[in-house]
Design a protein around this ligand. Structure first.
Ligand SMILES: [Zn+2]
Length: 574
């Protein structure tokens, strides 16, 4: 047996489900997570999630379909398609026979259309019971047809993945299914349609290296093994013991490769909410609200701001750094309904300093991207004090591109002393990440409004502020350098920060007079709720106007706006 076969077989049975018949006909199953014995009927009631330890056990594609789609709404496509042994591969016909008998299916994927939470979509459910969800010509063909039909019908695609990888018994033809499906995914994307994947245990090999990772939104079940190479292959190649949790969903989230981890009991409701947000239709009244905040904030931040009248520019800077001030996330909480936070840059990590997601405001769905500095010391540390890494800017860009695909306006809330200055940040291209955002934001074909809601620190702020309208709260500042930095660099005296703050002209009113920002939203003495209300009213006015413009006009005017900053009127001739 080759190494590869060993690893695939290992995936087929990493756990043994011990079933025993008892006189009262109870079937008992040993949970592979906690090793406790559970009554099968109890397990089934709990959607095959261990009631003791929460382990999500594998379920067949057909069962997955039943627990996900609205009852009676599923219409199956291409059930009759079945694999042939076109390479006359030794033992393949017998394997196919055994898989058909075990699974009562013709191959390893179930496709069709149906409704989730009342919303129409095309669907595929891979099936671990059929040769561990291995992908040959039939899986490739059925999934490709699903994307083609969805494109024709204008439907989103929701797909559940589980697979040991490409099917060896069909040779290189199996490999090519990765390319074939991906091309169909692209056409579906070009039609502006949503593709949502759900990664389940295990998703590996050629499926991970193709359509599993191609979703606009990628959800994962808790604890699912997801990777390109199986853990045994990685261990054999590197001769290293793998860390606990390696390649599990939580590892994926931390490394920026999925948006959310969702419990099985919440999966259908979560998908329904995401489908609703992408359809631009408000959720049905009484629909379960699957995704509350990642981090419920309670009543914090509701108290009035310090009613101290700032005396000068430096007082305003100090005010922006005050712990009393509402953070960006608190403003979002007070402004949007059904905000769903999405995670990850799909490259390296999820940066907690940048919060990004989708939510409702009035009749609109907005993509919101915010730099969050946090309140408590613990939270501030987790958020890196609102200093984003390159991953934060790349997550922002990923979601701005998505906003463009789905025609959603973008709102950025900026509150940062600057982009993070660190070794890792430089290694991973902090400058490149910000630079790319400036180019991409200048060409986004959807309206972009940015608001400086605290400190607007240099390039780290601008990386989210190349916008059609730039707003500032009255007690915010926006500067090329911190006053302390300026005083210390120019005058070798950080104590002259107040002088520097005046000299730099960094207050909202000064910047509006200079034509660098469009409007100032007063916030002195207001509570967080009042600030959020006033700010969002201004944002909505901007969007009302911007949405009347064609993409070409929008991009053209954005160009002209930044083109005019520091132009001829500020240049003399010698
Ligand atoms: Zn358990």
């Amino acid at each position: 047996m080759s190494k590869r076969e060993k690893s695939v077989n290992a995936l087929e049975s990493p756990v043994t489900e011990v079933a025993a018949e008892f006189p009262e006909r109870h079937v008992l199953i040993k949970c592979p997570g906690c090793r406790r014995v559970i009554d099968q009927s109890k397990l089934e009631e709990n959607l095959d999630v261990c009631p003791r330890c929460g382990r999500h056990l594998r379920v067949s594609g057909r069962k997955r379909m039943r627990i996900t789609v609205d009852a009676g709404s599923f219409e199956e496509w291409d059930r009759e398609l079945a694999a042939t042994d076109f390479l006359e591969f030794p033992g393949y016909p017998e394997k196919l026979d055994a898989a058909r008998e075990k699974s009562h299916e013709n191959d390893a994927v179930l496709c069709g259309r149906g409704r989730i939470g009342g919303r129409d979509c095309a669907l595929f459910f891979m099936n671990a019971e059929f040769m561990m969800g291995s992908m040959g010509a039939v899986v490739g063909e059925k999934i490709t047809r699903t994307f083609e039909r969805a494109t024709e019908l204008g439907l989103p695609v929701v797909g559940f993945t589980v697979s040991g990888g490409a099917r060896m018994q069909e040779g290189t033809t199996s490999l090519m299914q990765m390319a074939k499906i991906s091309a169909a995914v692209r056409r579906h994307a070009e039609a502006g349609l949503l593709y949502l994947t759900v990664l389940t245990d295990p998703t590996t090999g050629g499926v991970t290296a193709s359509f599993a990772m191609e979703g606009d939104v990628i959800l994962a079940e808790p604890g699912a093994l997801v990777g390109f190479a199986g853990p045994r292959v990685v261990e054999q190649t590197t001769h290293k013991k793998l860390p606990a949790g390696f390649q599990r969903s939580e590892f994926l989230l931390e490394h920026g490769f999925c948006d959310l981890i969702v419990e099985r009991s919440q999966m259908a409701a979560t998908i329904a909410e995401l489908l609703a947000l992408h359809a631009g239709e408000a959720p049905a009244p009484g629909a379960p609200h699957a995704l509350a905040y990642e981090e419920p904030r309670g009543k914090r931040g509701g108290r009035p701001r310090r009613a101290v009248e700032p005396q000068g520019a430096y007082d305003i800077v100090k005010l922006t750094r005050s712990a009393d001030r509402a953070t960006a996330l608190e403003l979002i909480e007070r402004s949007l309904d059904g905000f769903v936070e999405l995670h990850g840059d799909r490259l390296f990590a999820d940066d907690a300093a940048v919060v990004a997601g989708i939510g409702w405001r009035g009749g609109r769905v907005l993509t919101v991207i915010a730099i969050e500095r946090g309140h408590t010391t613990k939270e501030r540390m987790r958020r890196n004090f609102g200093m984003a890494h390159p991953e934060g800017y790349r997550k922002a860009l990923r979601l701005m591109r998505q906003a463009e695909k789905f025609g959603r306006p973008v709102l950025c809330l900026v509150d940062t002393s600057g982009a993070y200055c660190g070794i890792g940040a430089e290694e991973r291209g902090q400058g490149e990440a910000i630079a790319t955002n400036l180019v991409e934001m200048s060409g986004l074909t959807v309206p972009v409004v940015s608001a400086i809601v605290g400190e607007g620190g240099s390039g780290g702020a601008l990386g989210l502020a190349v916008a059609d309208r730039v707003l500032m709260l009255g007690s915010s500042a926006y500067s090329v350098v911190s006053p302390e930095g300026c005083a210390s660099i120019l005058w070798k005296d950080p104590k002259r920060a107040a002088d520097a703050a005046e000299a730099l002209h960094i207050t909202a009113e000064d910047l509006r007079a200079l034509g660098l920002v469009d409007a100032v939203v007063p916030d002195a003495g207001l509570s967080a709720t009042e600030v959020a209300h006033d700010l969002m009213r201004e944002v909505e006015l901007c969007l009302d106007e911007l949405e009347g413009l064609s993409a070409e006009e929008l991009v053209g005017r954005r160009y002209d706006k930044f083109r005019a900053m520091g132009g001829d009127h500020l240049c003399s001739r010698l």
